[in-house]
Design a protein around this ligand. Structure first.
Ligand SMILES: NC(=O)c1ccc[n+]([C@@H]2O[C@H](COP(=O)([O-])OP(=O)(O)OC[C@H]3O[C@@H](n4cnc5c(N)ncnc54)[C@H](OP(=O)(O)O)[C@@H]3O)[C@@H](O)[C@H]2O)c1
Length: 237
C-alpha cells in the first residue's frame, strides 16, 4: 500500500484527507499538537489502515525527525502533505503592528517546517517517485489587510514548491489552495463572525484526491482548477 505523511491531520482538511486515504487503505503518518484530538482521529482511522500518529509541533526539529522515522518503518513515501499551518496572532494585525517575533513563528511553522520535512523525506519520496502537496491560500497571491504575515509565508511556500519542482523534476510538486473552509483556522481569522456559509473541508476532498491520483504537471492548483474538476458525464442525446 502507498504511504502518506499528512501534517495537521486531527481536524479540518488534514483530517478529511487522512480519512479519505485511510478508506483506500493507505499507510498514514499523521500529526497535530493536541494529543487528545489526534488520538481520537487515530483511533477511528487505525481500523481502516496502518497508521502512526505522533503528537507534536511541525515547527520543532525533533518532532520532524520522529515523523521521518515513522516513515522509515513503512519504507518509501508516496505523498507528503504539508498541511499544518498557523495564522499567527488573531485578530489579524496590520503589518505595522505585527510583532516580528510572531512573524518568525509564522515562518517557522508555515515555511521552514515544510522545507525541513521535504529535506528529511526526499530519499523516501524519490524511491517511490512520490509527490508533495504544500497547502497554500489565496492570501499568497492577493493582498488583504491583516493577512500579510500568513500571506507572505504562503507566498514564499509557493516559491519553494516551484523551485523544488525545477530542482527535482522526477517528483511532482504542488501548491494547493483549497479556498475558504469552515474550520477552526478560518473561524480564528474571523472572530465572532458566522462562518456557517463556508463549505466543509470534506467538500475540497474530491479535488485534492484528483490532484493526487492524476498527477498533473507540477504547479499551483486551486480546488476550482479545471484540471481537478470531476468528469462531467456526457448528456444523453
Ligand atoms: N480554512 C480555510 O479557509 C483555508 C483557506 C485557505 C488555505 N487553508 C490552508 O489549509 C490548511 C488546513 O487548514 P484548516 O483550515 O483545515 O486548519 P484547521 O481546521 O485549523 O486544522 C489544522 C490542523 O493542523 C494542526 N496543527 C496546527 N498547527 C500545527 C503545528 N504547528 N504542528 C502540527 N500540527 C498543527 C491542528 O491541530 P493542533 O491545533 O492540535 O495542532 C489541526 O489538526 C492550512 O495550511 C491552511 O493554511 C485554509
Amino acid at each position: 500500500m502507498p504511504t502518506a505523511v499528512i501534517t495537521g491531520a486531527s481536524a479540518g482538511l488534514g483530517r478529511a484527507l487522512a480519512t479519505g486515504l485511510a478508506h483506500r487503505g493507505w499507510n498514514l503518518v499523521i500529526d497535530a499538537r493536541r494529543p487528545d484530538r489526534l488520538a481520537q482521529v487515530a483511533g477511528e482511522l487505525s481500523r481502516l489502515c496502518q497508521l502512526r500518529a505522533i503528537a507534536g509541533d511541525v515547527g520543532d526539529a525533533e518532532h520532524r525527525r520522529r515523523l521521518a522515522g515513522a516513515v522509515a518503518e513503512f519504507g518509501s513515501l508516496d505523498l507528503l502533505v504539508n498541511n499544518a499551518s498557523t495564522l499567527g496572532p488573531t485578530p489579524l494585525p496590520p503589518l505595522a503592528e505585527l510583532d516580528v517575533d510572531q512573524l518568525t513563528d509564522i515562518l517557522r511553522v508555515n515555511l521552514v517546517a515544510p522545507l525541513a520535512l521535504v529535506q528529511l523525506s526526499l530519499p523516501a519520496l524519490t524511491a517511490a517517485g512520490g509527490l508533495v502537496v504544500n497547502l497554500s491560500s489565496d492570501a499568497a497571491v492577493a493582498h488583504y489587510p491583516g493577512w500579510g504575515g500568513y500571506g507572505c509565508a504562503k507566498a514564499a511556500l509557493d516559491h519553494l514548491s516551484a523551485t523544488l519542482a525545477e530542482e527535482n523534476p522526477q517528483l511532482r510538486w504542488y501548491s494547493f489552495d483549497p479556498g475558504d473552509m469552515r474550520t477552526e483556522m478560518h473561524q480564528a481569522a474571523f472572530p465572532g463572525e458566522d462562518i456557517s456559509d463556508r463549505p466543509e473541508p470534506e467538500s475540497v476532498l474530491p479535488a485534492l484526491l484528483r490532484l493526487i491520483d492524476s498527477r498533473p504537471p507540477s504547479g499551483r492548483y486551486t480546488s476550482a482548477s479545471p484540471e481537478l474538476a470531476h468528469a462531467v458525464p456526457e448528456v444523453a442525446r
